[in-house]
Design a protein around this ligand. Structure first.
Ligand SMILES: *[C@@H]1O[C@H](CO)[C@@H](O)[C@H](O)[C@H]1NC(C)=O
Ligand SMILES: *[C@@H]1O[C@H](CO)[C@@H](O)[C@H](O)[C@H]1NC(C)=O
Ligand SMILES: *[C@@H]1O[C@H](CO)[C@@H](O)[C@H](O)[C@H]1NC(C)=O
Length: 409
């Protein structure tokens, strides 16, 4: 261990976030379901009625969310992504849903979602067109905010494609934030401002936090292990900027959970779930809840992991150590507790052991004089009472993560 230990960071614990968007929302990271990664822009309802973007898809997801424990686990928002609108605004310049795929209209869909005790999210774009070429909101921010509020929408994902002058991205996002506020309706505001600004310069995050409830920093997640690791690597490389910005009301958004799809092994799904909890990320699943396997369902509904994600202190976790292809991440929790994730980044061989003590994990010192350690992944296990001088050995599968909490006694 000696020479190869890289202690990444020590001072992030001390920073406190700048003030957030004052709309009283997203005091913990948003939880729900979002159609994009799994269903994309599938508009061919004649050939593929089960999987096309139409009102039944969202109603069926809402039904399953209520009937299969998702709502009870905390997943609350049913979110529409791109490809819902008609290509034409109406005579009064308002967005309207595609009449063939959403014949009842968004207001009826919102009523249905609300009748289930859930909330509805919708999608629009700060520029002239959405990423898939549907009408953009530039020049229509007030009208669109008002339309969404009248429909009873509870969350807006605002994309950043087709902004004619990228220098106006911030102004556009701020104008829409103001327009949403002026509707008087509580609408969670999910932005992609920094993602699009990073393509030109390093964004100033303070105005972003004052404008948005969460914000995408990095490209879209794919149903693929290297996509998950590229998001984690990018986040770790920028954690000095990102971590201090997270807190109640405003969160860094590393994009959707792709657990329950095709591309990740079970260990990799555990890694995504553990790391999204460590990163205090919005938990927006994109999968088919109508046919998800029991193992992925159990992981996504794991109460201990969700309670780390939703911890009231609202501090985002960070990478503390890289050694021998292990990564150790920690997240300070309320009650002076700590969540720790140990990832095995080696993609060859079998499970490997790492010793956790006050050298590999400087925050182990909170275990003073004693603490109770509980392993949550890969399996729930009481690791017993430890002391400041204890060492515990954790076993981590290739591309997997061992997640545990340290609770001072
Ligand atoms: C934002 O609002 C201001 C004030 O109404 C306006 O002058 C500006 O053009 C708007 N910018 C964008 C990108 O909509
Ligand atoms: C609008 O902003 C004001 C001032 O920040 C805030 O007090 C109010 O709760 C906001 N209203 C909504 C609906 O977000
Ligand atoms: C330690 O944690 C385990 C699992 O959370 C719990 O069952 C046990 O009661 C705890 N022990 C003490 C002394 O707090």
């Amino acid at each position: 261990m000696r020479a190869s230990i890289i202690v990444v960071i020590g001072l992030l614990l001390l920073s406190s976030p700048v003030s957030s968007l004052n709309n009283g929302l997203a005091l913990t990271p948003t939880m729900g379901w979002l159609h994009w990664e799994r269903f994309m822009c599938n508009t061919d309802c004649d050939a593929d009625p089960e999987n096309c973007v139409r009102e039944e898809l969202f109603m069926e997801m809402a039904d399953v969310m209520v009937n299969e424990g998702w709502k009870d686990a905390g997943y609350e928002f049913v979110c529409i992504d791109d490809c819902w609108p008609s290509m034409q605004r109406d005579a009064e310049g308002r967005l309207q849903a595609d009449p063939k795929r959403f014949p009842s209209g968004i207001k009826k869909l919102a009523d249905y979602i609300h009748s289930k005790g859930l909330k509805l999210g919708i999608y629009a774009d700060v520029g002239t067109k959405t990423c898939e070429g549907y009408p953009g909101s530039l020049g229509y921010y007030d009208i669109d905010a008002k339309t969404f509020a009248e429909w009873g929408v509870d969350l807006l994902k605002f994309d950043g494609c087709f902004m004619p002058d990228w220098r106006q991205l911030g102004e556009g996002y701020m104008n829409m934030s103001r327009a949403l506020n002026q509707t008087g309706r509580s609408i969670v505001y999910s932005c992609e401002w920094p993602l699009y600004e990073w393509q030109h310069q390093q964004p100033d995050y303070e105005p972003i936090r004052k404008t948005c409830n969460h914000w995408r920093n990095y490209g879209d997640v794919y149903d693929q292990w290297t996509s998950v690791t590229s998001i984690l690597d990018w986040t770790a490389n920028h954690q000095k900027i990102l971590v201090p910005m997270a807190g109640p009301g405003g969160w860094n958004d590393p994009d959707m959970l792709v657990i329950g799809n095709f591309g990740l092994s079970h260990d990799q799904q555990q890694t995504q779930m553990a790391m999204w909890a460590i990163m205090a990320a919005p938990l927006l699943m994109s999968n088919d809840l109508r046919k998800i396997c029991p193992q992925s369902k159990e992981l996504l509904q794991n109460k201990e992991i969700i309670s780390i994600n939703q911890d009231s202190l609202g501090k985002q976790g960070y990478l503390t150590l890289q050694v021998a292809s292990f990564e150790v991440w920690e997240r300070p929790l309320s009650g002076n507790r700590l969540a720790v994730a140990v990832m095995n980044r080696q993609e060859i061989g079998g499970p490997r052991r790492i010793t956790i003590n006050d050298v590999s994990l400087p925050s182990w010192k909170i275990c003073n004089p004693k603490c109770n350690v509980t392993q949550i992944l890969p399996k729930y296990q009481d690791m017993g009472i430890q002391s400041r001088v204890s060492e515990i050995v954790v076993l981590v599968n290739p591309t997997g993560t061992t997640l545990f909490t340290v609770n001072p006694l």
